[in-house]
Design a protein around this ligand. Structure first.
Ligand code: TZP
Ligand code: MG
Length: 207
């Protein structure tokens, strides 16, 4: 499948069972129905599932994405790349380096998190398809989140002539999403704005 990376970053839902107060499959289905353009399975942090349950949930969420033609990314977990037949892999700075990942998976989309200039400098940007830039705003969804980089971070990436697609992440909601896009991002990646809201349709539409 050939995905249009600029388009699929537009409304990117990230989720694991630890982010959900109800059945993750239901949340994913509602979010897809409301118009999310990509999904990342991120089963990580306090309360996350063990290996076997993680695989089983991953298989169910993956099947939903396949049925609805929504690209499915796995966060970090290289073991699940083949088991879940993912479309893409998202890695952080402490995970498998992008160049190695690219050699191993020439046909997968690869996303990389960058939070500051130092991380950009040490990353092999030509091996990745997009950058995750953040945290844009304070977040309570990631215990070890880097210091808030703000929307200025996206502007700075653009000023450095980095022309990779960028998705902003961290504390994004319908009220502040527009500022992230205006700073130069192709899209917004959110966890809690969708997983904890009352009305997924309304939130996704207004992102
Ligand atoms: N990486 C940087 S911030 C973050 C991740 C995974 C958490 C984003 O969650 P939320 O609830 O949208 O702030
Ligand atoms: Mg990581």
């Amino acid at each position: 499948m050939n995905w249009d990376i600029n388009r699929i970053l537009r409304k990117y839902l990230i989720m694991g069972s630890q982010n959900c107060e109800r059945v993750p499959e239901e949340i994913l289905l509602e979010a897809i129905d409301a118009g999310i353009t990509a999904f990342q399975f991120r089963e990580k942090g306090i309360g996350c599932l063990g290996d076997e349950e993680k695989l089983q949930l991953g298989l169910r969420l993956r099947a939903i994405c396949k049925e609805h033609h929504v690209p499915f990314f796995i966060n970090d977990d290289i073991q699940l790349v083949d088991q879940l037949d993912v479309d893409g892999i998202h890695v952080g700075q402490d995970d498998m380096p992008a160049d190695k990942l690219r050699r191993k998976y020439p046909d997968k989309m690869i996303g990389l998190s960058v939070s500051n200039d130092e991380e950009v400098k040490r990353s092999d940007l030509k091996s990745v398809d997009y950058l995750g830039a953040g945290p844009m705003f304070p977040t309570s969804s990631k215990a070890d989140a880097k210091p808030v980089a703000g929307i200025e971070w996206i502007k700075r990436l653009r000023d450095q002539k980095i022309d990779l697609p960028i998705v902003g992440i961290g504390g994004i909601n319908p009220e502040n999403a527009d500022a992230v896009l205006r700073a130069g991002a192709q899209g917004v990646a959110v966890i809690s704005a969708i997983t904890t809201c009352e009305n997924i349709k309304k939130v996704v539409k207004s992102l």
